[in-house]
Design a protein around this ligand. Structure first.
Ligand code: SF4
Length: 372
């Protein structure tokens, strides 16, 4: 994955950082440039499609001066979305993979990928929170505006985080990825409070929409490696994308998961259907054309100002996948990600708090002081 980077810009203030030093070992010198300022910092508007493409291939190693730790956007919309207690640690932005539906297309306006080199500051922020709340089951994820592991062979941040979370067994660390890059931290297992989670999709959708990601087989194989080394594993079947033959393709996906894993081996399975911000449409059409399933989709305005399939199609897709899992075993723990109470009720005839297997995940926690 890191081989796809065309240029590595290093902020001169970050030259002594471990990540910068590793960059010198991993990349030919001509790919590296030490700079005083962020490249293309004069761009202060939404990116064009070409600038967005370029931002995936160029990376800036620099420090982050804001607050690293914040709440999941879903948890700030509790009135309209059912969301689990999730907190986010942002250690960089942008992603070298290229999914057609990626929400970063409407979210990011930085013209370059970034890795923050001051991980020690992030860890001390985290330590302050963890020391004050070590008795509470907080969940922290790193994959909000960057894939958690795609650039990990360069940063090795997974190793620092896993070691850190070992000190707080009630806290859970979640990596979220579409890569298969796990070998760099397997020797740190067992660490059951680290959940390595994969966004999974039907083979057909991966090939058509999730460009440059690891194949389904490779993702499942990486999950097996994590289990064997003592890490926890979770799967996100998200976004489920409507297409001709979706039932057969998603049945095949569920069957591959259920034949390769047992319910007790998989921490949780979340389901989500295609959703995106309206302003993302233009970029998706320009970058992926009408051949892409996301650009053929009929979408409607819904909660959280996003476009989604209409409620009956969402229900049909959720029910189909949910029933397929349950037909293999009632023990699969399945929840809906970023969905409304109405969808929960029409899919499961119940709110998440009323499902015994999900109670712990959705139990409200006391508020701690983090930015929203
Ligand atoms: S892997 Fe995730 S972050 Fe990367 S392009 Fe795909 S959706 Fe976006």
């Amino acid at each position: 994955m890191i081989e796809r980077l065309e240029k590595i810009f290093i902020d001169e203030k970050s030259l002594d950082s471990e990540v910068a030093q590793r960059a010198f070992q991993l990349f030919p010198r001509q790919k590296i440039e030490v700079v005083k300022e962020e490249p293309w910092s004069d761009i202060k508007r939404s990116l064009t499609a070409e600038e967005f493409e370029r931002s995936k291939k160029n990376i800036f190693l620099t420090t982050f001066n804001g607050q690293f730790f914040k709440r999941c956007p879903g948890s700030t919309q509790k009135k309209v979305l059912n969301c689990c207690n999730y907190h986010i640690l942002n250690l960089g932005s942008q992603c070298p993979m290229n999914c057609s539906y990626c929400y970063l297309q409407s979210y990011l306006n930085s013209p370059i990928s970034k890795i923050y080199t001051n991980i020690d500051q992030a860890l001390s922020e985290l330590k302050e929170m963890a020391d004050a709340n070590s008795h509470l089951p907080f969940r922290v994820g790193t994959g909000e505006i960057i894939d958690s592991l795609a650039l990990d062979p360069l940063t090795l941040y997974s190793r620092k985080l896993i070691e850190f979370f070992k000190q707080y067994p009630k806290w859970t660390l979640e990596f979220k990825t579409k890569s298969n890059l796990v070998d760099q931290f397997l020797d740190l297992g067992p660490a059951t409070n680290t959940i390595v989670s994969w966004s999974l999709n039907a083979d057909y959708v991966i090939q058509k929409e999730e460009h440059l990601t690891a194949s389904l087989s490779d993702r499942l194989q990486a999950a097996q490696k994590c289990l064997s080394s003592g890490f926890s594993v979770a799967f996100h079947l998200d976004p489920l994308i409507y297409h001709e033959g979706w039932k057969e393709n998603y049945a095949d996906l569920v069957d591959r998961i259920t034949t390769q894993f047992t319910p007790s081996q998989v921490n949780v399975i979340s389901l989500g259907t295609l959703r995106f911000q309206p302003e993302q449409r233009f970029m998706m059409k320009k970058r992926f054309g009408f051949d892409s399933l996301v650009n053929q989709a009929e979408m409607f305005p819904s909660e959280g100002a996003k476009l989604r399939y209409d409620a009956s199609l969402r229900n049909e897709m959720f029910k189909f996948v949910y029933s397929r899992f349950k037909s293999h075993s009632e023990s699969w723990r399945i929840f809906l990600c970023m969905e409304t109470p109405e969808t929960w009720i029409s899919t499961f005839e119940s709110q998440p708090m009323n499902k015994p297997e999900l109670k712990e995940l959705f139990r409200p926690l006391p508020t701690i002081s983090v930015s929203e």
